[in-house]
Design a protein around this ligand. Structure first.
Ligand code: IPD
Ligand code: CA
Ligand code: CA
Length: 263
């Protein structure tokens, strides 16, 4: 039996309970491949918990997970797991992080949940059925004028050494939009588009587990979601993202193309 949205919600809430239980002791940091890319014991413990539950309940499904890499499957079901999206915030005690869980069939995301355990905000979506925040239906904004739009973005961990670091794009939009934010959780950024808290979001060089659940949640709330080059399959690398209501998406995509053309 494939999972239902209630299964993903239960997993996210239980993972969130684990995170709340270890605060603040579970925040101690270890660096990963770059000096600013960190992981905590809690990231690993939450991922171990989620993988154990999925393997027990849904054997045969593939798992793509941040900390362990996951495991191949036997059928066409696949789970995308980010145990804590926004680890830097978590490690500093800033309550903007989330557990992100998505389920796809044959490469198409069908279910997604993103849970902020501190604010007890559970975003969810099922393909073709809508998007919710704590079971209240949500829609993205209709703002289509950049000068009135609040935008959010993020930057990759290797930005000190890699020139594809989004700073050019950030400078460009900073001089055009009403406001710019860098909140630190790609999954929540997408949910904030869905909930109408921000008007648009873009980011470059993410990983599939960062965006899989939030992608569906934003789309089900009425947003158009593509890569920053307009390609619609976000699971195809490079995993960039642009999410906004249809009119603002077109405006932002044209701006991103103009920046790329000027390089
Ligand atoms: C990061 C966050 C951040 C984004 C980074 C991601 P992590 O995920 O989503 O907002 O800018 O690119 O890697 O490391 O906290 O799971
Ligand atoms: Ca992440
Ligand atoms: Ca993470």
């Amino acid at each position: 039996m494939p999972p239902e949205l209630s299964d993903l919600k239960r997993l996210a809430r239980e993972a969130g309970q684990m995170i709340r239980a270890v605060e603040p002791a579970g925040r101690s940091q270890h660096t990963k491949d770059t000096s600013i890319d960190i992981v905590t014991e809690t990231d690993r413990a939450v991922e171990d918990f989620l993988l154990g539950e999925i393997r027990a309940g849904f054997p045969g499904d593939a798992i793509i997970a941040e900390e362990s890499g996951g495991s191949p499957g036997e059928g066409n079901g696949a789970w995308y797991i980010d145990p804590i999206d926004g680890t830097t915030n978590f490690a500093h005690g800033l309550p903007l992080f989330s557990v992100s869980i998505a389920f796809a069939v044959a490469g198409v995301i069908q279910l997604g949940v993103v849970y902020n355990p501190v604010l007890d905000e559970l975003y969810s979506a099922a393909r073709g059925q809508g998007a919710w925040l704590n079971d209240i239906p949500k829609r993205c904004t209709q703002e289509d004028i950049l000068e009135r739009a609040l935008l959010v973005t993020g930057f990759p961990y290797d930005r000190f050494s890699n020139p594809v670091n989004n700073l050019r794009q950030f400078n460009h939009f900073a001089l055009k939009a009403q406001g710019m934010r860098r909140l630190g959780s790609a999954a929540l950024d997408l949910c904030y588009v869905a909930a109408g808290r921000v008007d648009g979001y873009w980011e470059m060089r993410l990983a599939p587990w960062d965006l899989a659940a939030g992608w569906l949640i934003a789309e089900e709330a009425g947003a158009v979601v593509t890569r920053t080059d307009g390609v619609t399959d976000l699971l195809k690398p490079p995993h960039s993202i642009l999410a906004a209501n249809p009119a603002l998406h077109a405006v932002m995509l044209a701006e991103l193309w103009s920046i790329a053309a000027a390089l």
